[in-house]
Design a protein around this ligand. Structure first.
Ligand SMILES: *Cc1c(COP(=O)(O)O)cnc(C)c1O
Length: 361
């Protein structure tokens, strides 16, 4: 039994993408692979708004989130924390044996640029991690303003996760001065899980040169050395690269600006629905995500029953909230290939499910 996914990752994958994944295999050291690899670089660089190469990692996003720490942290890392993924990054820093400090907020509260400045002025840090869009709480951090502060600290390497915002809205890596920008495959890109993309500044590569225990699998210099030959360090997830090429063609056909506009429109449809139903969004006002909506459960919703109703009647898989706010919130995705029709249809399903499972006092 398979369910139509309305969750914020993995998101629903199109039939065309699945077909592309079934392409016949090629050798990863063959000229055919080099052609494939090099053919998608210009599109990837355009979407990352960068002149730097874009590397392909055979791992989920966490692979490169951990790998980035191992490549650049020498002195200490400041981990901005405000939800499940960013909290975990602090934990991962410590597990890598790095000197790490938390800049911590309540879940749903946005990271504030002035707090970052205050922390970095101590001179203690050479690295910072930031999640642009905290998927667990549906909160979007003010990247433009945060990067303006980080540019005041050129010795601090910025590692930015845009797993659930890449191609939802422009994230201009070079203009903003992001050193390491990384994303995964199964959220905004609407590919199956298992692949990550990352682009690294010259400064971050230089830093990595001075860090001894980078390991092998996620070593920035291994990525770069192989990239220069149109290859990846180890055997990559070639099926995903075929699928990525297909999705890039879809993105180009739609036009990247039209894609951003579509995401805004779909997001506002969901927000209107939330307001019209007397519900509210979980994040701090003004920092609501454009990729997904995290809705507070005011107590009127029996979310497990709504979930069962959607599965049984509409073959639809909803999100029931993440981590410690599971049940207190639920999330509605608008990333990937969603359309006005698919979002309206899903909101209609939700209405019926809410009506059918109403909590009676
Ligand atoms: C999903 C997600 C991740 C982790 O992705 P994995 O594919 O599980 O490694 C990291 N950051 C954000 C913001 C995410 O939404």
């Amino acid at each position: 039994m398979s369910f139509r996914l309305y969750i914020p990752g993995p998101v629903e994958v199109s039939e065309e993408t699945l077909q592309a994944m079934a392409s016949p295999m090629i050798g990863h050291r063959s000229p055919e692979f080099v052609d494939l690899y090099q053919s998608i670089q210009p599109d990837l660089q355009k979407l990352f708004y960068t002149e730097d190469p874009v590397f392909i990692s055979t791992s989920s996003a966490w692979g490169v989130m951990e790998g980035a720490l191992r490549n650049v942290v020498q002195k200490a890392v400041l981990n901005c924390m405000s939800g499940a993924f960013s909290d975990k990054w602090f934990d991962v820093s410590k597990r890598c044996g790095k000197n790490a400090r938390a800049l911590s907020y309540e879940w749903g509260v946005a990271v504030k640029p002035e707090d970052i400045r205050r922390e970095l002025e101590s001179g203690d840090f050479d690295t910072i991690t930031l999640i642009h869009n905290e998927t667990s709480t549906g909160t979007m951090n003010p990247l433009e303003e945060i990067m303006a502060v980080l540019r005041e600290f050129p010795d601090v390497i910025s590692i930015v996760d845009c797993v659930s915002s890449f191609t939802v809205l422009p994230i201009e890596k070079d203009r903003l001065g992001i050193d390491v920008l990384l994303t995964g495959s199964q959220k905004a890109l609407a590919l199956p899980p298992g692949m990550a993309l990352l682009s690294i500044s010259e400064r971050a590569l230089e830093r990595a040169s001075k860090v001894p225990d980078r390991g092998y699998y996620f070593d920035f210099h291994e990525f770069k050395k192989n990239h220069d030959k149109g290859m990846t360090p180890s055997t990559p997830v070639i099926s995903h690269i075929f699928a990525l090429k297909q999705q890039l063609a879809v993105i180009n056909q739609e036009g990247v600006e039209a894609r951003y506009t579509r995401h805004r429109l779909l997001n506002s449809l969901v927000r209107d629905w939330v307001r019209d139903r007397g519900l509210s969004l979980f994040p701090e006002a003004g920092y609501e995500s454009v990729s997904l909506s995290c809705v507070s459960n005011d107590g009127s919703l029996d979310i497990p029953s709504i979930n069962n109703y959607l599965r049984e009647n509409f073959n639809a898989q909803m999100d029931q909230g993440y981590g410690k706010i599971k049940g207190k919130t639920f999330r509605i995705n608008n990333m990937g290939n969603e359309t006005e029709a698919s979002i309206r249809e899903y909101l209609g399903f939700l209405d019926q499910a809410i009506e059918a499972t109403k909590v009676t006092a």
